[in-house]
Design a protein around this ligand. Structure first.
Ligand code: ZN
Length: 431
C-alpha cells in the first residue's frame, strides 16, 4: 500500500474516494504494468554526419526534432571508427579506457588481423574490463535486446544480452525491407517479451557514404531512406501503444569525409623508410595507423616518418595528444599515426579506394554526428548545444533508472535535455 502511494503519489489524492477508486482500478491492472518503468530504444544509423539533413528533405527527422530534442551536433570519441565509437555509447568511456581501440582485432606477436565482422564475435576484444549497458541493466533486473548493434555479439564476464539478432557474414546493410522487419521485431520484443532496453543498428548511410562519397546523390537518397524508416519506426511505436512510455534516441557513431586523391600519404614511398624495420603494422585503414618497430629501430622509424608528409602526424605512444583520450591503453603500439581530414594512410600498397572515409580527428566538423531524442522524459522542440558522445551512457542509465558503472561522462551535461522530474524521480507512469 505505501509502495503504491509512493509510486503513484503526486497530485491524485484530492479525496479519499478518489484514492479508493485508484486502488480498485489498480487491482484490475497487471502488477507489471502498474509498476512499469519507461522503456528506451537506442537507434544508430552508422556514419550519419551531423548535417546530412540539411540538403535532403527529412520530414520525419524534422517532426521528431519539433516534438523532442535535437542536438546541433554530437562529438564522437577518437578514433572515429564504428566499433570503438559504439562501445563509447554503450559504456560512457573513451577508447583508452574501454579498450575497443579499433574495428579490427589484431595480435602483435603473430601479426594476425581480423576484419570487423569476425571481430564482433571475439569475446576477449570486447570483454576487457568495461561492461556495456545491456549487462549492467540486466544485473539490476531489466531485460535488454540488441539487433546488429556493435558489441552485441560478445559475452561479458560470461553474460550476454538477453535477446539478440546478429547479421550474417555476407549482408546487404541497405535493404529497407529488412530494416522494417527489424523495427517490427523491436516492437514485439517491447510488447510481447517486455524488454526494457533495445539497441538497434543500421549500417547506413555509412556504406553509401564510403562508396560514393558524402556529397553524392546516392548518399542523399540513402538519407531519404533513413528518414522514411524513422517515419515507419515512429508509426509502429504509436500503433504498438508504446508512445507514452518509450524514450527513443536516434544517434550515430561518426560522420564522413570526402577522400582526397592527390598528394596521397604512402608509407612505402617514404625516404629512408623500410618495412623490414617493422615488426607489426596496422595500416590501410582510413586515416589511422599503428606500428611496432623492430627492437632498436623505434627512434629511426619515428624520425623518418615524423616529417614525411605535411598531412601525416606520427607520435610515440606516450606523446600522443591527451585530448584524444586514445593512446593510454595496453593495446596501443609504441608508434601511432593519424592524418588530416581527407587524407588516408596507404601502407605497402594502395588498397584503399573509398570516396568517403572516417576515423579522422573528432574535432573536424565532418566527423561530428547526430543526436535526436523524443519521449516522455525529453523536452519538446529543444535545440541543444553540442556535447560529447561519452555522456550518452549516463543519460541512458538515468532513463532506465539503473546505477551506472564508472564512466568518463556526466549526466549533468545532458540533464538540460530532460523535462523537470517530480520529486520521486523520472520515469514513473502517471495515471
Ligand atoms: Zn561507423
Amino acid at each position: 500500500m505505501s509502495g503504491l502511494l509512493q509510486f503513484k503519489g503526486k497530485k491524485m489524492f484530492a479525496s479519499l474516494g478518489f484514492l479508493f477508486a485508484i486502488l480498485s482500478i489498480a487491482r484490475c491492472v497487471p502488477v507489471q504494468q502498474a509498476a512499469s518503468r519507461d522503456k528506451v530504444l537506442l537507434v544508430s544509423f552508422d556514419g550519419f554526419r551531423w548535417n546530412y539533413d540539411q540538403d535532403v528533405d527529412t520530414p520525419n527527422l524534422d517532426a521528431m526534432a519539433a516534438e523532442g530534442v535535437k542536438a546541433r551536433y554530437m562529438t564522437p570519441a577518437f578514433v572515429t571508427l564504428t566499433s570503438p565509437c559504439h562501445f563509447t555509447l554503450l559504456t560512457g568511456k573513451y577508447l583508452e579506457n574501454h579498450g575497443v581501440i579499433h574495428n579490427m582485432w589484431f595480435n602483435t606477436s603473430t601479426g594476425v588481423k581480423m576484419p570487423y565482422y569476425v571481430t564482433q564475435g571475439i569475446n576477449s576484444w570486447w570483454d576487457n574490463g568495461s561492461l556495456p549497458i545491456w549487462i549492467t541493466a540486466q544485473r539490476q533486473g531489466l531485460k535488454t535486446g540488441s539487433i546488429y548493434f556493435p558489441g552485441g555479439r560478445a559475452k561479458y564476464q560470461g553474460e550476454e544480452v538477453n535477446m539478440k539478432i546478429v547479421e550474417p557474414p555476407i549482408f546487404n546493410y541497405s535493404n529497407e525491407t529488412n530494416w522494417r522487419q527489424n523495427i517490427d521485431t523491436v516492437m514485439e520484443w517491447f510488447t510481447v517479451n517486455n524488454l526494457d532496453f533495445i539497441a538497434l543498428y543500421f549500417g547506413e548511410p555509412d556504406s553509401t557514404g564510403h562508396k560514393y562519397g558524402p556529397e553524392s546523390e546516392q548518399r542523399k537518397a540513402m538519407v531519404s531512406q533513413v528518414d522514411r524508416t524513422i517515419g515507419y519506426l515512429r508509426q509502429r511505436i504509436r500503433e504498438s501503444g508504446l508512445e507514452p512510455n518509450l524514450n527513443l534516441i536516434i544517434t550515430s557513431d561518426h560522420g564522413m569525409e570526402t577522400v582526397i586523391k592527390t598528394n596521397e600519404i604512402h608509407i612505402q614511398t617514404v625516404e629512408n623508410f623500410t618495412f623490414s624495420d617493422i615488426q607489426f603494422e596496422l595500416l590501410d585503414y582510413g586515416p589511422n595507423g599503428l606500428l611496432i618497430p623492430k627492437e632498436g629501430k623505434l627512434e629511426h622509424v619515428y624520425s623518418v616518418l615524423k616529417n614525411a608528409h605535411p598531412k601525416l602526424h606520427v607520435y610515440k605512444k606516450e606523446e600522443f595528444p591527451k585530448r584524444f583520450h586514445y593512446a593510454n591503453n595496453p593495446r596501443i603500439t609504441p608508434l601511432l599515426m593519424y592524418s588530416d581530414p581527407g587524407y588516408v594512410i596507404h601502407g605497402r600498397f594502395k588498397v584503399q579506394f573509398n570516396k568517403g572515409e572516417h576515423g579522422f580527428d573528432n574535432e573536424a566538423m565532418n566527423m561530428k554526428t547526430i543526436f535526436r531524442a523524443v519521449g516522455p522524459a525529453f523536452k519538446q522542440g529543444l535545440l541543444a548545444e553540442p556535447f560529447e558522445s561519452v555522456n550518452v551512457y549516463a543519460l541512458l542509465c538515468e532513463l532506465l533508472g539503473i546505477v551506472p558503472e564508472p564512466h568518463d561522462g556526466s549526466l549533468e551535461v545532458l540533464k538540460p535535455l530532460l523535462r523537470e522530474c517530480p520529486a520521486d524521480g523520472c520515469g514513473n507512469t502517471d495515471i
